[in-house]
Write a protein that binds this ligand. Structure first.
Ligand code: SF4
Length: 596
């Protein structure tokens, strides 16, 4: 798109104002991009130039950051940008039918913008609504439980001049099982007062002795992390709350922040008190931008109560929390990538060591925990570590929030003590005829019935909380294809095993899916998967082959039945598959004689 000289002048003025409003702070780059994207519906090339000049950051760095994030674009995405979620649960609930309706109503395909630039149709990975799919985001507003009729009405309303914010869905929280940690009565401020009575060092000892481990999936001991951060000499330390829950199938942080934001913020304040930090940040995924106003209101209320800000509760402790929005990149859930992104750069993982507790945000000691961990910490400080340890198992203390979705009658959030079996959970959510369960999202394990008696805990089936259920009508290959395609797309591209390996895994899987696979292809997938896991630089590559590898192991008969048993059969080419796209475009029947 070409801007006129007047428009270019206006753009320069706008960027100048944005930069000044953000205190010429380079870490606010993403916020400036977001403003421009939202107003212009793309980021003009001239904007990159101006931002580079105003912030004194090389243009190549600015370009690199813009091109990294899903929700920024150098081409016009339409006055109304529709991002359709294509995760496995969305597919299971009929997203392809919904997508076809959007295309018919607008006369364009996904990946395109209408000629009048009114509508853009794009896909995106999980938006954290797996319990109410199919779902889409339109201009940061969420639309759930989509049906063909709803899509037609949405397009009609938008064409009639209504705003997405006027017609978007009321998002359900669906808390199916409440427990003592997150959904019991809690008077805001009580945990912080208790923490101040104990003192910072004792708080860290309490968290250590409670056995609390990070609830994001990695399970690192929280007290140890806080202790290491406090022990690092520095003139500033930072507390981050990681709300970039991008793992398809997880949505517990969305519910926590909707229902219990005070508790989460209180946990952050306690962490700040314990490690002697003055500043906390919530890194909120762009898909949850609709929560921004609510969260800012809660923060304001807490400032009014003197639970945040200067000299909290009359002490010498000062601490505040600000929210930083992401822009659509799964990898930013990795803590060092999150920190890079929070600094306004591409969200690429850093080399470690040094770990963030030593050198994190702005190279100062930083702790990164997720909302669930902060919520647990706040309750431990109030009720004691023994109270917490009484729940769960000897190696996994406390409760866990599970985001349950897929083929069950009661999808939603379950707060349950660690140690329950998959069978227990399937029973609670009324799942019938279950074929497989994806434990921990696509980076976790795909398990079969033989493992349904295994326990959900750190020493057995460890999980960040996403539980996706597939019944016997589901096609395992399309689920696996969705997962691997997701990782191939979300790889940050820094290291070859992950960047190329996931694409190769996808190709191998597709070869089997079209009936061209042999037993050797299964062996090749296993070998390649091991290489990707062992040679990748961060958790994404180290876990991306998990669903495929565990499926091969847990559904070996299924895989065996789908491949040629002759190990010498190495056909790489399938004519039907090769011409399928052109046949579709030309609307013709292929004229191929079968030789078998
Ligand atoms: Fe990037 Fe993947 Fe390497 Fe992680 S493993 S640094 S996501 S390329």
């Amino acid at each position: 798109m070409t801007l006129t000289p007047i428009q270019i002048n206006e753009l320069r003025k706008k960027i100048n104002q944005l930069v000044l409003a953000n205190g010429s702070d380079k870490t606010q780059t993403l916020s400036i991009f977001r403003n421009i994207q939202n107003e212009y519906r793309y980021i003009p090339d001239e904007a990159l130039e101006f931002i580079s000049e105003e912030l004194d950051v090389p243009k190549v760095q600015i370009e690199g950051a813009v091109s990294f994030y899903h929700f920024f674009s150098s081409t016009h995405r339409g006055k109304f940008t529709i991002y359709m979620n294509t995760s496995t649960t969305s597919e299971m609930k009929g997203c392809h039918e919904i997508m076809a309706t959007f295309e018919t109503e607008l006369g364009i395909r996904f990946g395109e913008t209408t000629e009048d630039q009114m509508f853009g149709l794009y896909t995106t990975s999980c938006i954290g609504m797996c319990d109410q799919e199919p779902a889409a985001i339109i201009n940061e507003c969420v639309f759930t439980d989509l049906t063909i009729e709803k899509v037609k009405k949405i397009i009609f309303d938008l064409k009639s001049g209504k705003l997405p914010s006027e017609i978007c869905s009321k998002i359900k929280t669906q808390i199916q099982e409440k427990g003592p940690v997150f959904f019991s009565e809690h008077k805001t401020g009580d945990s912080l007062k208790a923490a101040m009575e104990h003192g910072g060092l004792e708080v860290i000892e309490m968290i250590k002795s409670s056995g609390l481990r990070g609830r994001g999936g990695a399970g690192f001991p929280t007290g140890q992390k806080w202790g290491m951060c406090r022990a690092t000499e520095a003139d500033a330390r930072y507390v981050f709350c990681n709300v970039d829950e991008g793992e398809p199938g997880t949505f517990k942080d969305r519910v926590l922040l909707t229902e219990k934001a005070e508790l989460i913020f209180e946990g952050m304040i306690i962490a700040g008190y314990a490690i002697e930090a003055k500043q906390g940040f919530v890194y909120l995924r762009a898909e949850y931008a609709y929560l921004l106003e609510h969260l800012e209101n809660v923060l304001k209320k807490m400032r009014d109560q003197n639970l945040l800000g200067k000299r909290i509760l009359g002490t010498r402790f000062s601490f505040d929390i600000h929210i930083k929005l992401g822009a659509g990149a799964y990898i930013c859930g990795e803590e060092s990538a999150l920190i890079e992104s929070a600094e306004g750069k591409r969200g690429q993982p850093r080399n470690r060591p040094p770990f963030p507790v030593v050198s994190g945000y702005l190279h100062k000691p930083t702790i990164v925990n997720n909302p669930e961990t902060y919520g647990c910490a706040a309750q431990i400080v109030l009720h004691g570590s023994e109270w917490f340890k009484k729940m769960g198992t000897s190696t996994s203390s406390g409760v866990k929030l599970f985001s349950v979705s897929g083929d069950c009658e009661k999808p939603g959030i379950y707060e349950l003590p660690w140690g329950l079996t998959i069978h227990d959970l399937l029973k609670k959510c009324n799942a019938k005829d279950t074929l497989a369960v994806q434990v921990g999202g696509p980076s976790g394990n795909l398990i079969s019935e033989k493992d349904f008696n295994r326990k959900l805990c750190y020493s057995d089936l460890s999980t960040g909380g996403a539980i996706t259920i597939y019944n016997k009508k589901r096609d395992l290959f399309s689920i696996l294809h969705n997962h691997i395609e997701f990782f191939a797309r979300e790889s940050c591209g820094f290291c070859v095993p992950c960047r190329a390996g996931n694409v190769l895994l996808l190709k191998q899987l597709e070869k089997i899916m079209i009936g061209n696979g042999s037993q050797k292809d299964i062996e090749d997938i296993k070998n390649l998967g091991r290489i990707v896991k062992s040679a990748s630089r961060c958790g994404l590559g180290q876990s991306s082959p998990n669903p495929l590898l565990t499926a091969i192991s847990n559904f070996s008969e299924y895989f065996k039945s789908k491949v040629r048993q002759d190990v010498d059969f190495m056909s790489q080419f399938n004519m039907d598959f090769a011409i399928a796209e052109s046949v579709k475009v030309a609307n013709r029947k292929p004229n191929l004689e079968k030789t078998e």
